[in-house]
Design a protein around this ligand. Structure first.
Ligand SMILES: C[S@@+](CC[C@H](N)C(=O)[O-])C[C@H]1O[C@@H](n2cnc3c(N)ncnc32)[C@H](O)[C@@H]1O
Length: 262
């Protein structure tokens, strides 16, 4: 026993944008923290909750490892720390990397994860209910993963016919990847498949664009866009895009029978 009082690290998902989509637990975690650590724009996202008595550590893009270490160090030294992320911290956020680092420490502080509303759910609600049937969440980023792996996963789920929520679809530096993804999706799902570009869900600049795989303009997609690809049970109902589970096409049993008899 060291005799030093132990702190705690709360890894907090702030939701997709404004205060309306923040959970009560996330608000409490930020307000009760002595130290708030986060990528600058995420700290800004909870600025309305911060008090001058709190210490705020703003990090830069690409410094995620250093941010995780700083948060863990401060908690290990006895502080109550909130490490803030947008959306849900466990969905392409800071949670996994921070927990992995914590697990490698000889004497880690207590770490809890506070869930948040992830971008796919905020975007889905704006569109209607496109994820009411089965759906998959993928990131198109090849920053930490080789591109062929991204493609293998995409093809695996695209051919299943379920709806797709595509995170990190395009950035200034990553442009050819989305072109490639759209070409693959047209082959597997058909050019008439409905897509939606949801920009800045829950933020001031929130905007929705509807298109199809054949008409989408990739230039409209940015790193603030969540790209939704309707599933085989996706339907337009009035202004809404919804998934009706009962509308999924039946499986043709012939190929299955042929396979069984070989
Ligand atoms: C690194 S991921 C972070 C995801 C976040 N942890 C979450 O759960 O929503 C960043 C990507 O999430 C999507 N995204 C995050 N917030 C968004 C929002 N408010 N509107 C639309 N897309 C968003 C975009 O595709 C963006 O490129």
């Amino acid at each position: 026993v060291s005799g030093v009082s132990r702190g705690v690290l709360l890894i907090v998902g702030l939701g997709p944008g404004g205060p309306d989509h923040r959970t009560a637990a996330a608000v409490r975690a930020v307000m009760e923290a002595e130290v708030v650590v986060g990528y600058g724009p995420y700290v800004d996202q909870c600025a309305d909750l911060l008090d001058p008595a709190q210490e705020v550590v703003r990090g830069a893009m690409g410094e995620e490892g250093a941010r995780a270490d700083e948060a863990l160090d401060r908690a290990a030294a006895g502080a109550v720390v909130a490490l803030v992320s947008s959306g849900d911290a466990g969905v392409y956020g800071m949670a996994a990397r921070t927990l992995a680092r914590a697990a490698s420490l000889a004497d880690p502080p207590r770490v809890d994860v506070v869930p948040g509303v992830t971008a796919a759910l905020a975007a889905g609600a704006l569109l209607g209910a496109p994820f009411a049937d089965d759906f998959a969440v993928l990131s198109l980023s090849d920053l930490h993963l080789e591109w062929p792996v991204v493609e293998r996963r995409l093809l695996g789920v695209a051919s299943s016919g379920i709806a797709l929520a595509l995170y990190n679809p395009r950035s200034k530096a990553r442009t050819w990847q989305l072109d490639r993804v759209l070409a693959l999706l047209v082959q597997v799902r058909g050019a008439a498949t409905a897509v939606a570009l949801v920009h800045d869900a829950g933020r001031e600049a929130e905007a929705i664009e509807r298109a199809t795989l054949g008409t989408i303009d990739p230039e409209r997609v940015t790193m603030r866009t969540l790209l939704v690809v309707a599933g085989e049970s996706g339907r337009d109902v009035g202004p809404w895009l919804v998934a009706l589970r009962e509308a999924a096409p039946p499986v043709d049993p012939a190929p299955l029978r042929a396979e069984a008899s070989t």
